[in-house]
Design a protein around this ligand. Structure first.
Ligand code: M6R
Length: 610
């Protein structure tokens, strides 16, 4: 989705804005632009395509000034073009905007009827004109914005400059994320934390319906109705180095290799090995609450949804509580039966995905308790939830989620053990084995990462040109099969399907022939024999089998054209080891094809629009 950066302070704004936009590239974009208060008024430079095009334009134009705003646009209203790129200007006002103004058509006709001329197809330009109209009435910038936003329906995070107030930026938000960064002599804003990490770790998360005036010496925060809000900055523990490639060819590869560290950080202090339990007050439920939960509803989108499928299996198996998982976009689109006694777990890397956020809000309104599992501290979903159980994966820059997925698995398994213990569904011995197993997982994964990468790179040479790929698994392996297929689709643009192996003969088997690789997940679990039979059925249709097998499983390996080995674990822990080769498979195919691994076409890291 679009990215916003703003700077007001003693330094030149342009290099800071460009650097911030570069750090937001992972969110996905198709054009970019800057507006800076220069000596003779606001100057704007915009360009279609990657940031290097904007940099080239800047070399020609130059853009000196200490107060400015920048934007990367991911087209929603109006095609990617220079004229549709932000900032949008009306009179003395320049605006960048993330989100969607739902009543933009109505506002556009109204403005055009009163003589305003639009130069783009965007909904954002409407805001610029509304604010301009109010400044013409003599209102200062903050008041003009407040008055303008009274007419606006929809989602927005905006940053606005006005030629008559050259020492400030005014920002406001509703439904789209916006943070303010504070340092000595400079104040910043951004749509996402990584943009600001080199400049400050002191951040204020704006809430919906708030407006802030940013000046070099600090900021004032108010509600849209003008009421003052007092909020101290929080210290963010992420470092700028965490958001850099560190010698890896792509962020995605770095993040796959970071998984042992991400898991260690996520598990740290939460595994109570002495009592075979999970020690985390962050779950926010008393032992009594744990006993009275009637049902768990897991809500998420994309990769996070796949984590919840594993979560559902764990919760039912280990805590014996009915659990369902549903795509957040579907849940919120229907009249779901939810209420008191339900615990909703909203899982989201970014903590800002609009469908997950709205679905969780809806469930909360109807009486459910909401527990967030998120990676970004202070993001919208944790803020609206009753409790937040964070993953500690660090910033994830690759659009394709890897280390956050594996840490979501860790939190969901920890939650299941925690709940199982409180409900007496698992005994000391079983819980002890799980806790010990989890404690070893980072090392178990770490030991095999390099060899798995080498093996998969080799396998991919034979399979990279396949146009369709099927991923099969049962039980927890089914959730990983879905994830393997999504990863491959996202970054290599190869058509892939994840299927419950038992379902293959109900349809997908018709697709199989000698050109279709079938990647079969074969952990040594209760499903092993049945998965082997499904594999044989695929082989009988001449499909090319790639097995993800446990080390030394010669019986399974003999059925495969190629195989990669993972460490043998208990069934409950198998997703952690099974998913790594699938992430590497997708990565190696994409790298082989030369696609844009970290910023795949049409995708955005955080989906904050409907
Ligand atoms: O930030 P979230 O976890 O809520 O994001 C949900 C999906 O948009 C996300 O998982 C998406 O599917 C990723 N690109 C997967 O790699």
């Amino acid at each position: 989705m679009c990215g916003i950066v703003g700077h007001v302070g003693d330094e030149q704004a342009t290099p800071i804005l460009l650097d911030g936009l570069r750090r937001l590239e992972y969110r996905g974009y198709d054009s970019a632009g800057l507006a800076v208060h220069a000596r003779d008024g606001i100057e704007i430079v915009r360009a279609v395509g990657k940031l290097r095009n904007l940099e080239k334009a800047l070399l020609q134009e130059g853009l000196p000034g200490k107060v400015g705003i920048g934007h990367t646009r991911w087209a929603t209203h109006g095609r990617p073009s220079e004229v549709n790129a932000h900032p949008h200007v009306a009179g003395p006002v320049a605006v960048v905007h993330n989100g969607i103004i739902e009543n933009h058509l109505e506002l556009r006709s109204e403005l055009e009827a009163s003589g305003f001329t639009m130069s783009s197809d965007t909904d954002t330009e409407i805001i610029a004109h509304l604010v301009h109209r109010e400044t013409k009435e003599g209102h200062d910038l903050a008041t003009a914005i407040r008055r303008s936003l009274e007419h606006v329906e929809g989602a927005y995070a905006i940053a606005v400059l006005s030629e008559s107030e050259p020492d400030r930026i005014v920002v406001a938000k509703n439904a789209s994320p916006l943070v303010i960064g504070v340092s000595q002599g400079a104040t910043y804003c951004a749509s996402d934390i990584p943009a600001l990490l080199p400049y400050t770790n002191q951040m204020v998360f704006m809430e919906d319906g708030e407006l802030a005036v940013l000046e070099a010496e600090g900021f004032t925060l108010t509600k849209l109705d003008g009421t003052e809000v007092s909020r101290r900055p929080r210290s963010i523990s992420w470092s700028p180095v965490m958001a850099e490639k560190d010698g890896y060819k792509h962020f995605m590869l770095k993040e796959i290799f970071e998984q042992p560290r991400a898991l260690e950080d996520t598990l740290r202090g939460r595994l109570d090995r002495e009592n075979a339990d999970i020690a985390t007050p962050e779950i926010g439920l008393s032992d009594e609450d744990a006993k009275s939960i009637r049902r768990v509803i897991l809500l998420a989108c994309g990769t996070s949804h796949h984590a919840t499928i594993a979560g559902r299996y764990w919760i039912e198996e280990l805590a014996k509580v009915p659990a369902i998982t549903e795509l957040a976009s579907e849940f919120r689109g229907r009249d779901a039966v939810v209420g008191e006694g339900d615990l909703v777990i909203a899982v989201s890397q970014s903590g800002e995905t609009i469908d997950t956020l709205m679905a969780a809000k809806e469930a909360k309104k109807r009486g459910a308790k909401v527990l967030a599992i998120a990676n970004v501290n202070g993001s919208a979903i944790p803020r609206m939830s009753d409790a937040s159980f964070y993953t500690h994966a660090g910033p994830e820059i690759g659009v394709a989620s890897t280390k956050c997925f594996i840490t979501q698995l860790a939190n969901l398994l920890m939650f299941s053990i925690w709940l199982g213990r409180r409900r007496g569904a698992i005994d000391n011995a079983q819980a002890g084995e799980l806790v010990e197993g989890l404690a070893r997982i980072p090392q178990v994964i770490g030991e095999r990462l390099r060899i798995t990468h080498l093996t998969i790179s080799d396998i991919v040479r034979d399979f990279a040109d396949a146009r369709d790929v099927l991923f099969l698994g049962r039980g927890l392996g089914y959730a990983m099969a879905l994830e393997g297929a999504l990863k491959l689709k996202e970054i290599s643009y190869v058509h892939a399907e994840g299927y419950a192996a038992g379902e293959m003969k109900h349809g997908p088997i018709a697709l199989l022939d000698a050109r279709v690789p079938v990647i079969v997940l074969m952990p040594k679990d209760r499903h092993y024999e049945r998965v082997s039979s499904n594999l044989q059925e695929a082989r009988a249709r001449e499909a090319r089998i790639v097995g993800v097998t446990v080390a030394g499983d010669t019986q399974g390996q003999a059925l495969c054209e190629r195989f990669v080995e993972v460490a043998e674990t208990s069934e409950a822990l198998s997703p952690f080891v099974m998913v790594v080769p699938l992430q590497l498979y997708a990565y190696c195919v994409a790298d082989h094809k030369g696609t844009d691994v970290d910023q795949p076409r049409n995708l955005a890291k955080t989906v904050t629009v409907e």
